[in-house]
Design a protein around this ligand. Structure first.
Ligand SMILES: *Cc1c(COP(=O)(O)O)cnc(C)c1O
Length: 356
């Protein structure tokens, strides 16, 4: 069986050797040595100025909305994972959708201003499949209208844009270290922010604790555990190998599918990709479903991702988003992991060619 992704597992002995350090200290969470070491190593690896390791990639979004004091309407993208929208709703704000660019699949910056009202407090956009939003234009709009900017950068581990980490853009960026993501800690994630917000975000992720008995405002529990950090520390040394393997698989897919009706994601110029996904867009939903069926007969399971378009969620007041609704019915992320056999990539590509 071939799934859309396969969790990278480091040699178990290496994981256990790191875990032993937590055992020896008898310390499993509350920002122990392993979490602190992981934060230090990630700062260095990613080239970021701040990081707060967290227990998943969704709580950082909720904490960012809370800590920035956002209220009213938040402009967001309908083409993302449900966590982007649900975090807005969970924090008592209203998502206002703006459609996406048909080639980059990120929020269409040219449509943002028309969606701004006196109630708008922020823009929460997703760098889709690691492809950056138009951060310059979004920054300009945000400055002009006094809005905060949060990027859901769950897919962006290691992505650089215009010479620096993508996590350095916006007021806050968040990442997911879920087991299906490029770099992972089983479950896990991180928040990156401008220095001025760091202290507030930090208190929010640890119940508001300021020392043992004092509290600096309200908080939640989003702490990463030592067990999660141990996984991260044992995966991190393999990043180069992981990236090289994925790059090769994508090159092969692109070569095999180049003269077909299948479209690829357009990478924004200035982006250093992390090869985290290989999305392809088919000419119609009918063809997409036919491809899913043909592949599943061979026990190969791509994923409809992102699907459905988030403006169609049952708890949202529906407004039509033509591009996002159309793309979400025609997009598939093809199986991608560093040691996916060339024969499998060929079999998948041939099946796709047969159908389209
Ligand atoms: C994975 C993902 C999340 C959620 O991250 P978790 O670590 O699973 O909580 C949020 N947004 C996007 C775009 C994602 O892909």
């Amino acid at each position: 069986m071939i799934n859309v992704t396969k969790t990278f597992l480091p040699p178990q002995a290496e994981y256990q050797a790191i875990l032993k350090r937590a055992w020896d200290k008898g310390w499993m969470t509350n920002r122990g040595v392993l979490v602190q070491e992981l934060e230090t190593k990630l700062k260095d690896y990613l080239g970021v100025s701040t990081i707060i390791a967290m227990t998943n990639g969704t709580l950082p979004l909720q904490i960012a909305i809370k800590a920035l004091g956002l209220q009213g309407e938040i402009i967001t993208t309908p083409f993302s994972y449900v966590a982007t929208t649900s975090s807005i709703v969970w924090e008592g704000c209203t998502p206002v959708f703006v459609d996406i660019h048909p080639a980059y699949l990120t929020i269409d910056e040219n449509r943002i201003e028309a969606a701004i009202t006196p109630k708008t407090s922020a823009i929460l956009a997703t760098h889709v499949f690691g492809n950056p939003c138009n951060t310059e234009e979004i920054e300009t709009i945000a400055q002009k209208h006094g809005l905060k900017v949060i990027y859901d950068a769950a897919h962006c581990f290691g992505v650089e844009y215009k010479g620096k980490s993508i996590f350095e853009y916006g007021d806050v960026s968040t990442c997911s270290f879920h087991a299906t993501k490029l770099f992972h800690t089983g479950e896990g994630g991180a928040l990156f922010c401008k220095e001025e917000y760091h202290e507030k975000m930090f208190y929010h992720h640890n119940f508001g604790h300021k020392g043992k008995e004092n509290f600096q405002g309200v908080g939640v529990n989003a702490k990463m555990s030592e067990l999660q950090a141990a996984m991260g520390l044992s995966v991190l040394p393999y990043m180069e190998q992981i990236l090289a393997g994925r790059k090769e698989v994508i090159a092969l897919y692109k070569n095999l599918l180049k003269d077909t009706d299948v479209k690829f994601l357009k990478l924004r110029p200035g982006t250093l990709s992390n090869y985290s996904y290989f999305p392809v867009i088919f000419p119609s939903e009918k063809k997409t479903i036919a491809v899913i069926e043909a592949l599943s007969e061979k026990k190969i399971f791509p994923r409809r991702y992102f699907y459905p378009s988030l403006n169609t969620l049952p708890y949202i007041n529906y407004s039509e988003m033509l591009v996002s609704e159309s793309i979400s019915t025609k997009v598939l992320c093809l199986p991608l992991h560093p040691d996916l056999d060339a024969e499998v990539v060929m079999a998948i590509s041939n099946t796709i060619k047969d159908v389209v």
